[in-house]
Write a protein that binds this ligand. Structure first.
Ligand code: SF4
Length: 357
């Protein structure tokens, strides 16, 4: 039987899982009526699973440094010593940034940066401790598996020990970056120096076993095929079956500005963003939240994604830099604006503490 949206609808509504081949067929749909059926199905599944609430957080992004030992072709963020765009924040400066933003009703501090030896465990101990001293209720969502691997190797200790110490100092969860595409042939081209897909997933698994929850991203819209996207989704689904530790899946549209990969225009494969979201919702039947980062795709498109399975509009966006340096939207998004956008979309806004989701 060919995989039509009707077939997928019957299967999903009967409580059955879509296979890899079925997910791929949905992602490759081109007929507008079929695409609309896929959208409607993803929207119904979203409503059944998580209702009409759209979550968002009040987030301060802290990028301790953009200095990095690697130079991933897909990255617009990194710098080398002496570059004008390079920065390094001391723990004192980070504390001051948090202090300056406390009156915005922050719920979480999102910490992620380059792979740099000055950002060692002593640095994070001091940084997290200072943040928690300002407000113990602030949720610290910090570092990618790539950074945890870097820290473990730098200190010559197991990754588990890195996690245990970080938790002691205030770590609450993992934000989920660094996944790119979990298929080696693509990963080697977009981020050749990073840990492998298996290593990346093993660090999430370890975090879950230690009681830490994590999000997980997927960078799409560059040189990957639809097949690679489905392989990525299957890996997320398989690990979630084992651990249940993923809180949200986050598709990230590749930003082409200021990076080496973005210059290879002929190699870039455009994707139907709507279908990527809808198929993610349908394939990941075990991951509760589908997070939409409005600064990757712009506000109108992000609000539209709430009709394609999305139920989390990420966050207010104080001082985010990784996306904006790749050409993403630079808008002051405060709680009032976020609330109004969600209400206009006919959904119910909820400022959510990350630890509660
Ligand atoms: S993606 Fe991360 S590891 Fe790669 S160059 Fe950028 S900051 Fe460094």
């Amino acid at each position: 039987m060919s995989v039509t949206s009707e077939y997928a609808t019957e299967k999903v509504e009967a409580g059955e899982r879509l296979t890899h081949e079925e997910g791929l067929a949905l992602l490759e749909t081109t007929e507008p009526d079929e695409i609309e059926q896929i959208r409607a199905l993803a929207d119904r599944v979203r409503a059944q699973k998580v209702g009409d609430i759209v979550h968002f957080a009040s987030t301060l992004y802290i990028h301790p440094t953009n200095l990095c030992e690697l130079n991933c072709p897909m990255c617009s963020f990194y710098a080398k010593p002496g570059w004008d765009k390079a920065w390094f924040l001391t723990p004192e400066q980070i504390e001051q940034k948090v202090r300056d933003n406390l009156d915005k009703g922050l719920t979480e501090i999102h910490v992620v940066g380059g792979l740099w030896r000055d950002c060692n465990l002593d640095y994070y101990e001091e940084t997290f401790t200072r943040i928690k001293a300002l407000d113990p209720n602030l949720h610290i969502k910090a570092l990618t598996p790539v950074e945890y691997d870097f820290l473990a190797k730098m200190h010559d200790i197991p990754i588990e020990e890195v996690f245990r110490r970080m938790v002691r100092w205030g770590l609450g969860s993992l934000p989920g970056g660094g996944a790119e595409i979990l298929v080696e042939e693509i990963r080697k081209k977009v981020a050749p120096g990073k840990i492998t897909s298996d290593e990346y997933m093993a660090i999430h698994e370890l975090a879950h076993h230690l009681g830490l929850r994590s999000n997980i991203t997927m960078l799409f819209g560059h040189i990957e095929t639809n097949e690679h996207i489905i392989s990525h989704l299957m890996q997320v689904r398989n690990l979630q079956d084992k651990t249940g530790g993923f809180r949200a899946f986050i598709p990230l549209k590749f930003g082409e500005e200021n990076n080496a990969l973005g210059k290879r225009k002929k190699q870039l494969k455009q994707k139907n963003i709507h279908l990527v979201y809808a198929v993610s919702r349908l394939m990941l039947d075990n991951v509760p939240h589908l997070k939409v980062l409005w600064n990757y795709i712009g506000i109108p498109e992000a609000v539209e994604m709430l009709r394609w399975g999305g139920n989390d509009l990420s966050s207010t966006n104080t001082e985010e830099k990784i996306i904006t340096m790749a050409g993403g939207a630079q808008i002051l998004m405060d709680k009032e604006t976020m609330t109004a956008l969600i209400q206009k979309a006919g959904r119910e806004p909820r400022l959510t503490h990350t630890g509660e989701m």
